[in-house]
Design a protein around this ligand. Structure first.
Ligand code: ZN
Length: 125
């Protein structure tokens, strides 16, 4: 079994609605995002999945969040741009973009860091 990981980042502002504390105020993060695929085969030239393709797909998703206030970017104009919601949103967008993957392969998890000490990993139930 192989876990294939790529990392990208974006810089954005956000604030949390309905929350009392520091995060209700507008502030920024460098969001670090890791996409992880799980595969049971490396039949493609010895690779389970091409890093280049995976990085490009992830970067394409993150592009619309970069240097923006997330609260103005769908779906975060309606749901809170918490690290949890960001990770889940990226998970399903990446899953859609990658389309049909080779047998036994799937998007395993998306991890989003808001700071070097705080991160969330999303995996579907
Ligand atoms: Zn924050």
């Amino acid at each position: 079994m192989y876990l294939v990981n790529v990392e990208r980042h974006f810089d954005a502002a956000h604030y949390l609605r309905g929350y009392q504390g520091k995060c209700e105020n507008l502030h920024g993060h460098r969001y670090r995002v890791v996409a992880r695929l799980k595969a049971f085969s490396n039949q493609n030239a010895g690779m389970a999945y091409d890093f280049t393709i995976l990085k490009k797909q992830l970067a394409g998703i993150l592009e619309r969040f970069d240097h923006r206030c997330l609260n103005e970017v769908p779906p975060f104009d309606e749901i809170n741009p918490s690290a949890e919601n960001i990770a889940r949103t990226i998970y399903f967008e990446l899953k859609d973009q990658l389309g049909k993957l080779p047998e036994g392969m799937h998007v395993d998890a998306i991890t989003v860091w808001e700071s070097p000490e705080s991160w969330v990993e999303y995996q579907p139930d």
